[in-house]
Ligand binder design. Structure first.
Ligand SMILES: NC(=O)c1ccc[n+]([C@@H]2O[C@H](COP(=O)([O-])OP(=O)(O)OC[C@H]3O[C@@H](n4cnc5c(N)ncnc54)[C@H](OP(=O)(O)O)[C@@H]3O)[C@@H](O)[C@H]2O)c1
Length: 250
């Protein structure tokens, strides 16, 4: 790609980069010449990915990060500045989906989803926003879901967290106007990742995994959406991309 594609050379921080959507985005971005800084808890996965991207000629760094810890998210973003001098894009992607009907009272899982899916995104904003304000440029890409638009029985808390991501992103969009910062929400439907593994209720897990096996599409779909949003000229702010597998029936 040329230097004018608005991707090459951009420093991109990705949370939840050890699998699924974050990992796919890291591969596509690195192949297009963007230095990537990868955060997640599984250090071995991150290390292997950094090695793979570096061998292929990319620039990549990893910081073991639990997004429920504000200081760790700050360390991740600070590492981008230290390694590459700036942060152009913050992809707040880390998340989990232990769905179950409310009546099963899986309150620890509700807490966990709120901590990772909502507070993790807020901590990502808190860590990157001051740098972007100083730079007077930047781009937040926050990952919501079809569940950020629709609530279905058995998915109330997950849907609430994904609605929250959209609400926070819309507030952010309006507030960062003076700084030339762009904000994008990406709301995927079923994508083939490890996400259903976070479901602990056997009947819910079985139903969800069956649906994913029949309908989910590749994580490359998410990476392509990221590339689309990033590659637009700076005066175009792609605020949301909502997509589903063509087969998806909800
Ligand atoms: N797949 C789908 O169908 C789909 C659809 C709509 C939206 N989404 C959203 O896409 C995002 C990525 O999910 P995915 O589908 O790629 O699932 P995934 O393969 O399970 O990936 C989830 C990622 O989040 C990370 N993560 C989980 N808890 C974390 C924590 N406390 N701190 C840091 N990282 C954490 C995981 O890394 P570690 O375990 O190594 O920490 C992993 O890298 C999530 O926000 C999910 O809600 C997915």
């Amino acid at each position: 790609m040329t230097d004018t594609d608005n991707i090459s050379g951009k420093v991109v921080v990705i949370t939840g980069a050890s699998s699924g959507l974050g990992e796919a985005a890291a591969r596509h971005l690195s192949a297009r010449g963007a230095p990537v800084v990868l955060g997640a808890r599984r250090a071995d996965r991150l290390k292997a990915l950094v090695e793979e991207l570096t061998r292929a000629g990319g620039k990549a760094a990893a910081v073991t990060t639990d997004v429920t810890d504000r200081a760790q998210v700050q360390r991740l973003v600070d590492a981008a500045i230290r390694s590459f001098g700036r942060i152009d894009v913050m992809i707040n992607n880390a998340g989990l989906m232990p769905q179950s009907p409310l009546g099963r009272l899986k309150t620890a899982e509700w807490d966990r989803m709120i901590d990772v899916n909502i507070k993790g995104v807020l901590y990502g904003i808190a860590a990157a926003l001051p740098y972007m304000e100083r730079q007077k440029s930047g781009h937040f890409i926050n990952v919501s879901s079809v569940a950020g638009h629709k609530v279905r029985a058995g998915g109330a808390v997950y849907a609430a967290t994904k609605h929250a991501v959209r609400v926070i992103s819309e507030g952010l969009r309006q507030e960062v106007k003076p700084y030339g910062i762009r904000t994008t929400v990406i709301s995927p439907g079923a994508v083939d990742t490890e996400l259903p593994e976070s479901i602990t209720e056997p009947d819910v897990a079985e139903r969800t995994k069956k649906m994913y096996a029949e309908q989910a599409i590749s994580a490359d779909s998410f990476a392509r959406a990221v590339l689309f949003a990033m590659s637009q000229p700076d005066d175009m702010d792609v605020n949301e991309i909502l997509y589903r597998p063509t087969k998806q029936d909800f």
